[in-house]
Write a protein that binds this ligand. Sequence first.
Ligand code: ADP
Length: 500
Amino acid sequence: MSHEKYIIALDQGTTSSRAVLVDHDARMVDVVQRPFTQIYPKPGWVEHNPQEILFSQLGSLTELIARHNLSENNIAGIGIDNQRETTIVWDPSTGQPIANAIVWQCRRTAELVEELCGNPQVAQRIRQKTGLMPDAYFSASKVRWLLDNVPGARERAEAGELLFGTVDTYLVWVLTGGLVHATDPTNASRTMLYNIHENRWDEELLDLFGVPASMMPEVRPSSGSFGETSYPGVPAGIPICGVAGDQQSSLFGQCCFESGQAKNTYGTGCFLLMHTGGEAVESKNQLVTTIAASAPEVDHTEYALEGSVFVGGAVIQWLRDELGLIRTAAESEALAREVPDTGGVYVVPAFTGLGAPWWEADARGTICGITRGTNRSHLVRAGLEAIAYQVSDLVRAMEADAERPIDVLNVDGGASANDLLMQFQADVTRRTLHRPQNVETTALGAAYLAGLGCGFWKNTSELSALRADDNVFEPHMEVSRAEELLAGWAAAVHRTIAPC
Ligand code: ADP
């Protein structure tokens, strides 16, 4: 294969769509990004216009192609990673969505989920089959809502006239000119309609949520054929050969191909995923079990444990936008370095409750330990440290579930650029952190899956050899000091749960 060829990753996120050009050395040559509108029709509701997602994604793709004068001759393949769980229902005869996409963050179906899955036995069965905890977050109740609330939708769905898809599925369907209606196991595993052990849509769950099986996409391996491009304005005949949900894509992009390897993404929230090989580990600590993206060389389903922190980098946005303590997120590092520690101050950013391993939906944020000498550097430092403490709690929960330590934590995401945060993370978690040169691992994962799917790269060993670390953070803090800080954090969390 000639080295002048490229892979294009379509990185379809929650707030923007990006097209990323990746060369044979796995370098990101260029990126085109287009934001799209967030629609909030009512408190707690979040929608996207599927056409707008489509045009932002195709616009970024065609601009990238034009900028580099690319044609079907030098694009080896296209990979897609996407915001997960977001639900689209459309009419294949016209290509028109029947309504806006219901976004993963949307809480409109919380009561519906309580009604359908409130029975502990039902909840247990869902957990056992899908690896998920029943929640409005996942796609199942969102499809049900669309069928119940869009006039005529249920009849049309039952007559086989409507299709369901997560965003990957919709993009593949459009890009292939309506030929391929398919998703991959990582996206399927986030719908709460997929049996992750038997690798198929689950009839009992489709019945429970009232979703006709005829609407469901075919599930194809994450790295392999999803058809070829056939859409006006896009060079024809380019293979689409990699698809994964964003977090699994970033696990793959970090070259975590084997059991025990883990990554944490420091974005608005934080997402920790640990590869567990062929074993679907059931969590005892309120994490979820999900399907990992696999290379074509792997002949069985691979799994991951996943946990998330709701407020990660968002605490820095809060310090910037609501408290006005900093002008930019990056400034947080220099300010935090002005003090050796927080002087006993803890910020617990439980703005929307606390996630794993605490699971306190009603908890609200707290700042404690303030003295007359507390200044903005202490507060900013405490905000950064709060990100690390929350991730540290997740790491401990995950290690307990997996019954093995995370020896190396691979890091990425916007806030992973902060060296002080990374060093503190290594210190309190007492684990080594590896930060790759290219922290855009989500897009890289989609590119890798596509590149393996079309023979651009041979196998995962070749990809691992291309990975270059920018920095390694080793724990340096005294164990007794780390324990003292963690005890202070636990006490602060306790106050958040039971405020004075
Ligand atoms: P997302 O993909 O969730 O939009 P990004 O990976 O782009 O997030 O990361 C953005 C988040 O990281 C923001 O919440 C921002 O506050 C935080 N962030 C960005 N740079 C830094 C930094 N140098 N130090 C601390 N936080 C940062």
